[in-house]
Design a binder for this molecule. Structure first.
Ligand code: FAD
Length: 258
């Protein structure tokens, strides 16, 4: 098969930035034909020592208009894919699907006033892409980014988040975004301290946001840990917020990472 007929392209690793011993971000070159909507993922492939290729889904962190692709990764101890990925260095190559996939995109919602982005851990990735694109800022009156980690040093992209409203193309929307960090295993100044589900059930999240979660106005995206997603979906359901399906538009869209 010729390279152009294959379902993937070979890209170059341009930069690797460790955040903690088990989290790092990476930047790769981007095929000029690769298109995606913010919130989508692609499969990345790494070649093992025996020559076989392992594939895993990764959400794009970068915006659809960027020339490069950014990703954010965990290192799973003994993980088949991440053991290989975390060994790669600048200049090494990585395989990337030609096609992007996924439904954690804003077109899941036909309307809505307030956008809530709820992430645990590496689940922040698609929300970084969504926030670097202007559609969310244009469509919603307010955006609440809720990012839960166990320890404060696991909070990634803080500078990027803080700098979003200073970007030329987002400056007119300044004041729309509120960042609500959640750190569950230690006290951290400015962060809430319990699981997202608990914060919804006890009303603390809405108090911090100064906004209610309602079926009429709220549109909620959840990404990361499947247990958090299940529990949060249940908590939201009790408030009348349901999964958005193509046959029945709703208020909630989710992406499970495992
Ligand atoms: C649609 C989609 C998008 C994804 N996007 C990302 C992403 O942007 N960044 C990313 O790091 N991972 C992402 N993942 C998970 C990723 O595909 C792999 O599971 C991860 O790279 C680990 O691969 P592995 O072979 O090393 O371990 P695996 O054998 O795949 O996983 C082993 C175990 O590790 C745990 N685990 C897996 N992924 C994570 C994670 N991200 N955070 C915490 N624990 C985890 C789970 O308990 C899992 O059972 C995504 C998954 C899906 C389905």
């Amino acid at each position: 098969m010729t390279a152009s007929a294959e379902k993937f392209t070979r890209q170059t690793l341009l930069d690797v930035q460790p955040l903690t011993p088990s989290l790092f971000s990476l930047r790769t070159s981007r095929d000029s034909g690769f298109r995606f909507r913010s919130g989508q993922f692609a499969r990345l492939g790494v070649t093992k020592a025996d020559g076989s290729v392992v594939w895993r889904a990764y959400s794009m962190v970068s915006a659809p208009h960027d020339e490069h692709l950014d990703f954010f990764s965990i290192v799973v101890p003994g993980g088949e894919f991440t053991s290989e990925l975390s060994r790669l260095r600048e200049g090494d190559s990585l395989l990337i699907d030609r096609q992007a996939f996924g439904f954690l995109t804003l077109d899941r919602f036909v309307d809505g006033r307030d956008l809530w982005l709820l992430a645990t851990g590496t689940g922040i990735a698609p929300f970084m892409s969504i926030l670097q694109d202007f559609e969310a800022w244009e469509r919603f009156e307010s955006i609440k980014l809720v990012y839960s980690v166990r320890e404060a040093n696991e909070l990634a992209y803080l500078d990027l988040i803080a700098g979003l409203e200073q970007r030329d193309y987002l400056a007119e929307y300044a004041g729309k975004l509120q960042f609500i960090p959640v750190v569950t295993r230690e006290q951290h100044p400015g962060a809430l301290n319990e699981r997202i589900t608990t914060l919804i059930e006890n009303g603390e999240l809405e108090r911090a946001a100064g906004l209610e979660l309602t079926p009429e106005h709220s549109r909620v995206m959840l990404c990361g840990n499947p247990q958090m997603i299940d529990d949060t979906r249940q908590a939201l359901k009790q408030r009348g917020l349901n999964l958005s399906l193509s046959r029945r538009p709703g208020q909630v869209a989710v992406e499970n990472y495992w």
